[in-house]
Write a protein that binds this ligand. Structure first.
Ligand code: NCD
Length: 359
């Protein structure tokens, strides 16, 4: 990929680009510098990150290995800026930082920062960049993490930015952990290529489904079903990306008919925090729940996924089935985020070398 400098493009021009067109601006010296949109990750980068995550997971099993990992980034600091609620993503990044020895500071509530004194979020985050070497941020505004990366690239202290969830549009590191989970689940049955994936639930406002659907375009022979009530169907921007990548898809609303055909089911909750007037309560989503009875019609090698938190989309009685991998997704998130941070700081080779010599 031909790298491009983020400080050489105007915000107007940059923000009008497709996610694929933006990707070269997030690379530096041949590696990922910012992690902002899922589509920026090419197939080779995805494969490298997955194998590095497996290295980290294996190394972290021993005390010596943990201490090796923790001495990688002891001289660096990260800022966790979470302006939206989060349990898993926050803790996952916190654990990933601890795994690689990166000290963390956090702001989890904008009401405790100078934003209440009228400071712009841009200035607040520029302040963070003065103290830290990496910014990991979640924000309710779509595209905001990209705006910050662009803004910082025009300052004397640019630092990498990881998008930990932005508005309704993107959640790239969730897509990475989802890919890692799919890779691991399908490693003995040909990997992700050629598999059929169903996204179910609130696909219109669900950034996890949008980011993963965008990332699946990097695999060959994938087919996608989008299963949702009409009001919650996937956005036309994602469909345009699938069309451009020649990924076949079907829009449907009969969940049960799809179950026997798929290799992975990606369940999501209704994202009613975006409601203007409680309009979601008028939508009947109960036909889009995965119940214990559905297990008998699901392929034996298939997986059931969920970014969590869940409400009623997956019956807890399903949790004990070996095909239910949503709790594994949570743990995989920690490994792939550690791998991402290591590769941003150019430490992949050192970690792979340790793996080869010692394990
Ligand atoms: C999701 C999020 O916040 O986008 N959760 C997550 O990060 N694992 C999905 C959700 O809140 O429903």
């Amino acid at each position: 990929m031909n790298e491009k400098a983020l400080n050489q493009v105007s915000w107007e021009k940059f923000s009008g680009m497709t996610p694929d067109e933006r990707a070269p601006y997030f690379m530096e010296h041949g590696r990922t510098y910012h992690a902002l949109v899922s589509q920026q990750f090419s197939r080779p980068i995805l494969e490298d990150l997955c194998s590095l995550a497996t290295c980290v997971r294996r190394i972290a099993k021993t005390r010596e290995g943990s201490s090796f990992l923790q001495s990688r980034l002891f001289d660096k600091r990260a800022m966790l800026y979470f302006a939206q609620p989060s349990t898993r993503t926050y803790l996952s990044f916190d654990s990933a930082c601890q795994t690689v020895g990166l000290d963390c500071m956090d702001v989890r509530d904008s009401s405790t920062s100078s934003e209440v004194k009228g400071e712009s979020p841009e200035d607040t985050i520029r302040t963070f960049s003065s103290y830290t070497d990496l910014i990991i941020m979640r924000h309710p505004a779509g595209g905001f993490a990209e705006r910050i990366a662009w803004m910082l690239s025009n300052t004397s202290r640019p630092v990498p930015v990881i998008n930990a969830g932005s508005g309704k549009d993107q959640h790239p590191t969730q897509a990475l952990l989802d890919i890692y989970t799919l890779e691991r689940s399908f490693e003995n049955i040909g990997g992700i290529d050629g598999k059929t994936v169903a996204f179910v639930g609130d696909l219109n406002r669900g950034r996890t489904a949008r980011s993963l659907a965008g990332l699946l375009t990097k695999y060959d022979g994938v087919k996608i079903y989008f299963v949702a009530p009409p009001e919650l169907q996937i956005g036309v921007d994602i469909l345009a990306q699938l069309d451009a990548a020649k990924v076949p898809y079907e829009i449907c609303h009969e969940f049960e008919q799809v179950i026997p055909d798929v290799d992975a089911i990606y369940m999501t909750r209704i994202q009613d925090e975006w409601d203007v007037d409680n309009e979601s309560r008028l939508i009947d989503t109960s036909k889009f729940y995965f119940t214990k009875d559905h297990l008998s019609i699901l392929k034996k090698d298939a997986v059931i996924m969920h970014p969590l938190p869940r409400r009623k989309e997956i019956d807890v009685a399903v949790d004990g089935d070996p095909r239910a991998v949503y709790w594994r997704q949570v743990r995989n998130g920690m490994w792939i985020r550690s791998a991402l941070i290591l590769s941003i700081f150019g430490l992949d080779d050192k970690v792979r070398g340790y793996c080869e010599e010692n394990l």
